[in-house]
Design a protein around this ligand. Structure first.
Ligand code: MN
Length: 490
């Protein structure tokens, strides 16, 4: 069923509200060491044309041989997308000429893909949950790369990517805003990374999206769409949709019509521009590849893969809510990346989970952001963060000192316990010593003390003075109690 128009998500125009309709085709590279139909390396990088077999170079007489591992990864991904798995699928030739495509066709799947309909649940920032339909997932080969900037008059071709296995994941046109598109791509990426079927590295091109955008007044039929090709970052996908929707609205409101065309997104200008129009559109002349038999497997093959699936983000989120009493928002943030979820669980084990979640999402994520490092290479291990939380909860250090210890841990990689010992940061909970300092400061400041009698909130000034005198090491709870007693407030 089609989604009802949500006016809050519409764009205002001079002729009323406009609904943006988006469908995405995500190309995700299978995390496989070898290519889809040859044994050549699928590794990123490498000197040009060093990862090319005779099959990838399309030498006459060479025959493709399907890589079983890639088939397993496609099935695994399909199951993660809650999709139907087709026990029989067909590889087709998609014919077109391009210098980086030595065969003169791409081996893809057309009418019979390996994976059919599925769905992905996305959580929006306002708490709304939206289901995006998946139309299909099919296996296909990647093309090579033309290189135009190495020589003044010649172009080169690098076939390292030629034949690398891709999963093309096609969504239904269920997405209604740039924000939803970003959430959808992030979620698909998270699912594939949990499954281990694609590394999701968009900078290296392991994931990229073709973005189909059209606009309409709510309730109208679908408008003419434009396809923005090969957008390679989640942020750019959002920007491309925003720009493209606005462009189409302006054309229609000026009395024009939208040409169905393929466009490119220019990240430097933040705009899309025409690449080719429908008149030049390809007729691919798909037909079943005679070099490959239909791909057939039995239900037992699928069941075995289903039995080996890890806990996926949705299930993990629910478990974090149930077992750790986290808010849906916090749970969602923590599970959005498998490594973050793992880190949190290690740090929270046997401790106050809410406190652990705050440390991970606040201090730790802040640190990783500033240092521009991934959680996998965090300078502070989950075990050490857990120990730091223990030092706060057993009263060894105050929460304020803990932030300093955290910074030192980040710089040195040392365990929090040894930092506290070496630097003498233990919290002073010794009532006698704090009492002496309280007395000293209250006696020295009679005017301030008189103010507290009129305005109890003024006690904060004394707390500050005492913390300063103890270099932040006094137990704040003890300080408060003793101060109130000394000032006759309790
Ligand atoms: Mn494709």
């Amino acid at each position: 069923m089609e989604r009802q128009a949500d006016f809050a998500k519409c764009i205002k125009g001079s002729t009323g509200d406009w609904e943006v309709v988006v469908g995405l085709e995500i190309h995700a590279q299978v995390a496989s060491r070898a290519k889809l139909f040859s044994g050549a390396s699928a590794e990123f990088g490498g000197a040009p044309n060093t990862h090319v077999s005779l099959v990838d170079a399309a030498m006459p007489g060479m025959l493709p041989v399907i890589n079983r591992f890639c088939v397993e990864q496609a099935v695994r991904s399909g199951l993660g997308l809650k999709a139907e798995i087709n026990l029989k699928s067909v590889f087709d030739r998609k014919n077109y000429f391009y210098p980086d495509l030595p065969q003169g066709y791409q081996i893809s799947q057309y009418k019979s893909p390996i994976v059919g309909e599925g769905e992905v649940l996305i959580d929006m920032a306002d708490g709304e949950a939206v289901t995006i339909g998946i139309e299909r997932l099919h296996l296909e080969q990647d093309a090579g790369k033309s290189v135009h900037d190495q020589h003044p008059t010649s172009s080169y071709v690098d076939l390292n990517r030629s034949g690398v296995a891709l999963m093309e994941i096609v969504s239904r046109p269920d997405i209604r805003s740039a924000e939803e598109a970003r959430a959808y791509v992030s979620k698909v990426r998270a699912i594939l990374r949990y499954l281990g079927t694609c590394d999701g590295n968009m900078e290296e091109g392991s994931m990229r999206a073709d973005v189909n955008v059209s606009v309409r007044h709510p309730g109208d039929d679908l408008g003419t769409r434009c396809e923005i090709k090969n957008v390679n970052s989640i942020r750019f996908i959002g920007q491309a949709i925003e720009h493209e929707a606005r462009r189409q609205i302006d054309i229609i409101e000026d009395g024009g019509v939208i040409d169905q065309e393929t466009r490119l997104f220019d990240p430097r200008k933040g705009e899309t521009r025409s690449m080719r129009s429908k008149e030049e559109a390809h007729d691919y002349r798909y037909f079943p590849d005679p070099d490959l038999l239909p791909l057939e497997f039995d239900q037992a093959f699928v069941d075995e893969i289903a039995g080996s699936l890890p806990e996926l983000p949705d299930a993990r989120k629910q478990r974090f809510i149930d077992d750790y009493s986290l808010s849906p928002y916090d749970a969602g943030v923590l599970v959005s990346d498998r490594a973050s979820a793992q880190y949190f669980e290690t740090a929270a084990k046997g401790r106050d989970a809410k406190v652990a979640a705050n440390w991970v999402m606040g201090e730790l994520f802040g640190l990783l952001n500033r240092a521009d490092v991934e959680i996998e290479t965090s300078p502070i291990s989950a075990e050490h963060l857990g120990e730091l939380i223990d030092l706060i909860s057993d009263g060894t250090i105050s929460g304020r000192i803990a932030k300093d210890v955290f910074e030192i841990m980040a710089e040195t990689g040392s365990a929090p316990g040894s930092i506290v010992d070496e630097r003498g940061l233990r919290q002073v909970s010794d009532t006698g010593e704090i009492e002496r300092i309280v007395d000293e400061i209250v006696s020295a400041n009679p005017d301030q003390a008189a103010q507290v009698a009129e305005r109890p909130k003024a006690i904060g000034w004394f707390v500050g003075q005492i913390m300063k005198a103890t270099q932040g090491k006094a137990n704040p709870q003890v300080v408060n109690e003793l101060l109130k007693k000394r000032l006759g407030m309790s």
